[in-house]
Design a protein around this ligand. Structure first.
Ligand code: NAD
Length: 401
């Protein structure tokens, strides 16, 4: 959640704007019932949050996770509002979620569940008021099922490329993370990425593509993990082989690594690397471990991996944190291209998508860096100065305030 008290140390915010940005516009709770057999009824809770739609329709992924809550969905929708504003996209912030364990149900049940979710949201999906995409636990095939229900290619992004999805969308968030990391490395640490060591926590969509792009740029990735644990080598990991291995559906802990050290996720966060990239889940850096973090720069590839207390500790210790709304915005930038192509019929190559992402995230990073110096703000508040300024201007133009 934006800490407006802190942000107001760096900028003026009209009281009315603060009020509108401090709470979601609309929240819906779903009770999704599925009769999947003569005596089998499944029931799952779902949540849909529109945080703020002043810039456009609510855009944000649909999360599938057993413990997901309305509060978590609300926080993620708020991040999307600021991410879209920071990137200059005509989208508001939204998010949805279904509380279930994707491993606990059959493929048929999963398809039925997603169809029912799309059916319950049919009016807002058809109107283009909320545009889902993949997030933690959901996949392009799930987006294809939503498309199958709406019959409107612009109603959902992150679809498989042959169904109107975008070449490069899968890699897009990792692309943006790697571009921002390279710029931050050069402009904050004064080094090229090929000259630094990097630890990445999480090896799903975001972590794996971030690792792959940074490895291509010559970075030494010394640690990489997934939920099962990680691998560490001070000389650098064989990233391509490890990624090929996990893309077969295997866990990192199963990787045959005679010459590599196994490492717990918690220990990975404390490695003495130049750059630490949490790319898995929320709240992994907390007041309990922040003081033991030995990196020079943190890039938030995941949404919200640092608690507010840990953020304070990093500020005090002078460890710069590139915030999620800047670092992982490549995904929504690519989603914008997919949505635009769905409306216009244009097609775009992966290379064009990567260039478009770079053309959005690089100048945003430079502007955020400039504001850290001009306003003596940390990177998170500098990014919020830009997003909030944009949102306030739009609210004035729409006579909301
Ligand atoms: P994913 O489901 O593809 O991958 C998650 C990864 O984290 C997996 O490797 C998993 O094994 C690992 N993991 C899960 N729990 C863990 C734990 N407790 N400790 C360590 N590792 C753990 O998810 P994703 O799409 O890569 O998303 C990762 C993060 O990035 C999330 O916070 C998501 O909201 C954010 N994000 C994703 C996108 C996107 O385009 N997919 C865009 C912006 C932000």
């Amino acid at each position: 959640m934006v800490n407006f008290k802190k942000l107001k140390q760096f900028m003026e915010i009209p009281e009315t704007a603060e009020m509108l940005l401090s709470r979601p516009e609309k929240e819906t709770t779903l009770s999704i019932n599925l009769k999947v057999g003569p005596n089998k009824l499944l029931n799952y809770s779902g949540y849909v949050v529109y945080h703020n739609s002043v810039l456009g329709p609510a855009k944000g992924g649909v999360r599938f996770a057993v413990n997901v809550t309305l509060a978590e969905t609300r926080t993620l929708a708020e991040l999307m509002t600021h991410k879209c504003a920071l990137m200059g996209l005509p989208f508001g912030g939204g998010k949805s979620a279904i509380a279930f364990d994707p491993k606990s149900i059959s493929e048929f049940e999963r398809r039925t569940l997603i169809k029912e979710y799309a059916h319950m949201l049919r009016d807002e999906l058809a109107a283009g008021a909320y545009i889902p995409a993949p997030d933690l636990g959901s996949t392009p095939s799930d987006m294809a099922i939503i498309y199958g229900e709406t019959h409107r290619p612009e109603s959902v992004t992150g679809k498989p490329p042959r169904l109107g999805g975008l070449p490069g969308r899968r890699e897009a968030t990792g692309r943006g993370v790697s571009t921002v990391t390279a710029s931050a490395c050069r402009q904050i640490l004064g080094k090229e990425v090929k000259d630094v060591t990097i630890a990445i926590q999480g090896c799903g969509n975001v972590g794996s593509h971030t690792a792959s792009f940074l490895f291509e740029k010559g970075a030494k990735i010394t640690a990489l993990s997934d939920v099962s644990g990680g691998l560490y080598s001070p000389d650098g990991l064989p990233v391509t082989q490890i990624l090929d291995f996990i893309r077969q559906g295997k866990l990192i802990s199963e990787y045959p690594a005679d010459n590599l050290q196994k490492i717990e996720n918690e220990a990975l966060l404390k490695l003495p690397v130049e750059i630490l990239i949490p790319a898995a889940v929320e709240d992994v850096l907390t007041k309990d471990n922040a003081n033991k973090v030995a990196t020079k720069l943190i890039v938030e590839a995941a949404n919200g991996p640092i608690t507010a207390e840990a953020d304070e500790i990093f500020n005090r210790k002078g460890i710069p944190v590139i915030p999620d709304i800047l670092a992982n915005s490549g995904g929504v930038v690519a989603s914008y291209v997919e949505w635009r192509n769905a409306k216009s019929g244009n097609q775009t190559s992966a290379e064009e998508v990567y260039q478009f992402i770079d053309s959005k995230v690089e100048p945003a990073f430079v502007e955020v860096l400039r504001l850290t110096k001009e306003r003596k703000a940390d990177f998170r508040n500098a990014a919020y100065i830009l997003s909030v300024s944009e949102l306030v201007a739009a609210m004035k133009e729409r006579s909301w305030i």
